[in-house]
Design a protein. Structure first.
Length: 363
């Protein structure tokens, strides 16, 4: 009787080649699926010029940031009365704008008059200060006195002119943030209002926790307004070192934010101001002479504010509010080479009888 020989080790490998091949194919398939998933996350929104990277998704513990990753404003449109009623513009500009995105909305009818790329997530530069200001107005008293920190005084670029150790009020900081687009004023607002919200003294020098508390309030407010395509990494709108760490929003979200903010009388009064002076106060601060960089006195007839901005990532940006001929219109422009030219193109088509003077000064 012949007893079959046991296969050698090499023989067993040969016999199971088909199994090994199957395992190999499964591993390859799994690897390809993982790479596809990673790439899908990287391309979460093809319009997001400040893309959300995989590393940030893994490391994020911010519930507001997580919400932005998995939600869009248009998922439940319109979320509230601050947004336009529809997403299809009624009219088309005779000459389209080269900006990344823009829109014009009538505040009274909520009609979307013109628009392009309403929902693309884009850097917004100093337009972030609209949210900074409205949160500060709603969270702290005007006469709250705070001390300017060294880090806030040194933030750089557009400035109110604050010096470390000066004592200023929330009111002074709001004008300093919105008129000359002071990054120093916005940073002090975030620290001081954050301390007030936490119930800690304004003399506390470490404003890091307070600043984060304020930023959380900015992002919480955005989502309460239905702005799920917006996230603020800082209170100024300044570019961070990388695009994916820089604040972003959409034309659509900014229409709603501005519509909401203009409903606040204090905010509306501030952004309509051409010039304000805060005199020297012994033991408190130097004199401040704050000019609105929109140069309202030279602007297109009827313009009431609100805010320009620019940065490397965002290019030029603008939110403009005009009251003219019985109409109240909000215009948002993102990613422009010349917001002045773009907003004039829009206003001249809406108000063709006026070839009025216009000068919108860049930040």
């Amino acid at each position: 009787m012949n007893v079959p020989k046991k296969p050698t080790f090499l023989g067993r490998i040969v016999q199971h080649t088909h199994i090994l091949a199957g395992v190999f194919l499964l591993v390859c398939f799994g690897l390809l699926a993982f790479l596809f998933y990673v790439q899908k996350i990287k391309n979460y929104d093809i319009n997001l010029l400040s893309p959300v990277g995989v590393r940030k998704i893994i490391l994020s513990r911010d519930p507001f940031y997580e919400k932005v990753l998995h939600s869009r404003t248009i998922d439940h449109f319109p979320p509230n009365r601050y947004f336009p009623l529809h997403l299809i513009p009624r009219f088309t500009l005779t000459k389209d704008l080269p900006a990344w995105g823009y829109a014009v909305m009538d505040r009274d009818t909520r009609e979307l008059l013109y628009g392009k790329n309403l929902t693309g997530r884009l850097p917004l530069a100093s337009l972030a200060k609209v949210m900074t200001s409205i949160v500060a107005i709603e969270k702290a008293p005007f006469d709250l006195l705070t001390t300017v920190s060294l880090s806030a005084a040194q933030v750089g670029e557009a400035s109110m002119g604050l010096s470390s150790g000066e004592k200023v009020t929330i009111e002074e900081l709001l004008y300093g943030s919105m008129l000359p687009s002071g990054n120093d004023a916005s940073e002090v607002l975030s620290e001081s209002v954050g301390k007030y919200m936490l119930g800690i003294g304004q003399e506390v020098t470490d404003g890091g926790v307070a600043r984060k508390t304020f930023l959380n309030s900015m992002n919480e407010k955005a989502q309460a307004l239905g702005m799920f395509d917006t996230y603020f990494f800082n209170p100024t709108g300044l570019d961070e070192e990388e695009k994916e760490k820089s604040s972003f929003s959409t034309v659509l979200d900014l229409l709603a934010l501005t519509n909401y903010a203009l409903g606040n009388e204090t905010f509306a009064k501030i952004v309509e101001t051409s010039f304000v002076q805060f005199p020297y106060k012994d033991g408190y601060h130097k004199a401040f002479y704050l000019q609105n960089i929109l140069s309202l006195s030279q602007a297109f007839d009827g313009i009431k504010g609100v805010k320009p901005g620019n940065s490397i990532f965002a290019k030029e940006t603008l939110i403009s509010y005009i009251e003219r001929d019985g109409r109240r219109l909000i215009t948002v422009i993102l990613g422009s080479n010349h917001t002045r030219d773009d907003v004039l193109t829009i206003y001249k088509q809406i108000f063709p009888e006026s070839a009025s003077k216009a000068k919108i000064v860049k930040k």
